[in-house]
Ligand binder design. Structure first.
Ligand SMILES: Cc1cc2nc3c(=O)[nH]c(=O)nc-3n(C[C@H](O)[C@H](O)[C@H](O)COP(=O)(O)OP(=O)(O)OC[C@H]3O[C@@H](n4cnc5c(N)ncnc54)[C@H](O)[C@@H]3O)c2cc1C
Length: 416
């Protein structure tokens, strides 16, 4: 009997699912249809990796899983069954797209083109999958089989893979429809918030950030709520007109609470993470002693870019001060500015500017070995629709690929 399989959403997860169904199902009778509301599939995929597509991250599943925060145990079986090496083999041997490895095990296509990745996936499934672009799914009903109601008519399927994405970067088509459909079928959906997102500084700190707009540095970033440290992350940060961005800030952004302003959330930046407070104070004292005729801003620029040194000194009221006669009090203020720089957070990250969505369909209701819903047999949920968000570096696309593999395998095996 022919299996009628409907993939709702032709983003990364949906395209990967169609690829896996083709790969694994060659000897099977399956009719695969992707229903995508945009005229062309993969609108978000072509933005990935700054247009270069960071496909995966070459790490062992046991190490890789730690990049998925609270979802690490859920996703582990998927990563073990179809991990980065499998993804790479698929891209190189079946899609014939050469890959390269960059810093921190990040894998990119040699062509550096996310558009090419999308087009290659679309071409691969062209003979196995019917794609109905420009078709919006309005409702998914189940009466024995699935009736998928769209703005262009109704489709009947035996299996549905729900892959409509999360609710970040809405202009790409991910507008939270997965949540609506999953809820309708009894699933619990935790509130969506932005992850891997830039952060707006509050009124008190925004001027400081604006003055340093474009300056990047390696720093420790700690998040405080109600004066308690709740998270910390180290890496590159970038000052911007509106506040802060760059890898370290984007990674920690998922921890900012939705009620950031009420919780008086702020970042504490350590601009000299290679030294502890005492070491930095000792080093500064030494420099002050050795360079009496030098301005404090010049001495600070040994540790941070000159513009940052100037702003830190200005915050302490010492931008015109020379080392000679520099008081202990002043030195303490400078140490605080360099090691404990407070940047107030205006609000939780804007989901539309976030690279991924934190929150989504509860993992408790999904079988982690197949991605099938525990509430609705033959309904599979994959990709950003689920309450999984990974760190940056190819983790999110790898999650889509691993989950797509499990769903495809399970569907093709059903009733064998
Ligand atoms: C700027 C940017 C850069 C990124 N870079 C990387 C990277 O380099 N590496 C990495 O691992 N991750 C990266 N990510 C994250 C990654 O792109 C996502 O995790 C991934 O695209 C999620 O795939 P998905 O298929 O679940 O959702 P999506 O890609 O959002 O796809 C969902 C699809 O469903 C369609 N849809 C929605 N509702 C309906 C409906 N009602 N009817 C029909 N179709 C519907 C949408 O139009 C969309 O095409 C990046 C994200 C962004 C925004």
């Amino acid at each position: 009997m022919t299996k009628r399989i409907g993939i709702i959403g032709g983003g990364a997860a949906g395209l990967f699912a169609a690829c896996q169904l083709k790969r694994l199902g060659e000897s099977q009778n399956a009719e695969v249809t992707i229903i995508e509301k945009n005229p062309i599939s993969g609108k978000k995929l072509i933005l990935t990796g700054h247009g270069r597509c960071n496909i995966t991250n070459r790490k062992d599943a046991a190490v890789l899983k730690k990049g998925y925060h609270e979802a690490e145990n859920f996703i582990y079986p998927a990563l073990k069954e179809f991990g980065p090496e499998d993804t790479m083999e698929f891209f190189e041997n079946e899609l014939r797209l050469k890959l390269k490895e960059e810093e921190n095990n990040r894998i990119f296509p040699v062509c550096d083109s996310a558009v090419r990745v999308r087009d290659t996936l679309v071409a691969y499934i062209a003979d196995s999958t019917k794609t109905t672009g420009g078709t919006k799914v309005l409702e998914i009903k189940k009466n024995g089989f699935f009736e998928v109601v769209t703005d262009k008519g109704t489709f009947d399927f035996d299996y549905v893979i729900l892959s409509c994405g999360g609710s970040s970067f809405t202009k790409t088509g991910s507008t939270g429809d997965s949540y609506k459909f999953a809820r309708k079928h009894g699933h619990t959906v935790s509130p969506a918030k932005g992850a891997l997102a830039p952060v707006k500084a509050d009124a008190e700190s925004v001027e400081f950030c604006k003055n340093l707009s474009g300056v990047s540095m390696n720093a420790g970033v700690s998040l405080y709520q109600e004066d308690k440290k709740t998270a910390s992350f180290g890496g590159e940060l970038l000052f911007a007109e509106f506040g802060l961005t760059g890898p370290a800030v984007m990674e920690i952004s998922r921890e900012i609470p939705l009620d950031a302003a009420e919780k008086k959330a702020y970042f504490e930046l350590d601009l000299v993470p290679e030294m502890n407070d005492e070491e930095f104070d000792r080093e500064l004292q030494k420099l002050i002693g050795e360079h009496a005729d030098t301005k404090i801003t010049t001495l600070l620029s040994r540790f941070v870019p000159a513009s940052a040194a100037h702003e830190i000194a200005a915050r302490a009221g010492a931008e015109e001060q020379y080392a000679q006669g520099f008081s202990k009090d002043m030195r303490k203020k400078i140490c605080r500015g360099m090691k404990h720089l407070k940047i107030g957070i205006a609000k939780a990250p804007e989901i539309d500017k976030a690279y991924v969505t934190r929150g989504g369909v509860s993992l408790k209701e999904i079988d982690r070995k197949t991605m099938e819903s525990k509430l609705v047999p033959s309904l599979y949920i994959i990709g950003e629709a689920l309450d999984i968000d990974g760190i940056s570096g190819g983790y999110n696309l790898q999650a889509c690929m691993s989950e797509a593999y499990l769903a495809a395998k399970s569907i093709l095996k059903a009733d064998e």
